[in-house]
Design a protein around this ligand. Structure first.
Ligand code: IPE
Ligand code: IPE
Ligand code: MG
Length: 250
């Protein structure tokens, strides 16, 4: 395992990092290339980032690869992205599996092709026992979809209304196996969540960077981690003061 950079070694390392990998299209446009070229470069940036996160002791990396709303894009771009997933799995799965990456896919699988579903299932099954880092790929994912699918499953399971508290609903959310993201990064310069992890990011530290996703490298990752290490996380409390739980009405 490579050494931690001095800057990160000093501060807390997030357990779970979530990334909106945005800016592929603009990166390609700057090079007078089609958007697909940017998406392809984005896959390479993702593979490097997963391994860099693992090197830094991050346990979970969750990335936004295709949103519930990305179906609004031209047919050619959508089918290009679907095809790219198959190419990426064929090209990188063995490498990621060998490096101890566990892969999980989160999102609505009912709307993707059988071929894509089979590729996801294969990636999940051959990496199931890996423990170095969990890469969750959010594909056809939306934060609102996630809340709705969790509620539906809870109702199907017969959870009683009075038993449906936050912890119970969380067990039905797509990322129930992971702690909430400590750090939520968006590349590409836009300052919005675009329907990613709405429930899970309630107390995430948000970092927005102008860096376009295909350019996101170790230096960019370390800069964001250094920014995270400077943040003062309070979760609604006051630093170093005991909570007044005793006053709370049952
Ligand atoms: C993000 O890059 C990747 C996907 C949404 C699949 P974009 O394709 O949104 O790139 P920009 O924002 O147009 O530059
Ligand atoms: C968010 O990026 C989705 C992904 C990165 C997969 P978009 O490019 O789709 O978001 P908007 O449309 O700018 O909000
Ligand atoms: Mg975009």
């Amino acid at each position: 395992m490579s050494a931690l950079s001095p800057v990160n070694a000093k501060g807390p390392v997030p357990r779970h990092v979530a990334i909106v990998m945005d800016g592929n299209g603009r990166w390609a446009k700057k090079r007078f290339m089609p958007r697909f070229f940017g998406h392809k470069a984005g896959v390479d940036a993702l593979v490097k980032t997963v391994l860099s996160c693992a090197d830094r002791g991050i346990e979970h990396l969750t990335v936004f690869a295709f949103s519930s709303e990305n179906w609004k894009r031209p047919t050619e771009e959508v089918s290009g992205l679907m095809g790219l997933v198959l190419v990426a799995v064929a090209k990188y799965l063995t490498k990621l599996a060998d490096r101890g990456v566990r892969i999980r896919i989160v999102g609505d699988r009912s709307q993707v092709s059988d071929k894509l579903r089979a590729a996801w299932e294969h990636a999940e099954s051959i990496t199931r026992d890996n423990t170095r880092i969990t890469l969750s790929v959010a594909f056809n994912y939306g934060g609102r979809w996630d809340v709705v699918q969790a509620c539906r499953q809870a109702i199907r399971d017969g959870v009683a209304t009075d038993d449906l508290d936050e912890a119970t609903l969380n067990r039905y959310m797509a990322l129930s196996y992971a702690p909430d993201p400590d750090l939520f990064i968006r590349t590409g310069g836009e300052v919005r969540m675009s329907n990613f992890l709405l429930w899970q990011a309630a107390y995430s530290e948000l970092v927005f960077t102008e860096c376009l996703w295909p350019e996101f490298d170790d230096a960019a990752l370390d800069a964001v981690l250094a920014e995270y290490a400077r943040r003062d996380r309070r979760f609604g409390g006051v630093k170093d003061a005991p909570p007044a739980q005793a006053l709370r009405q049952a």
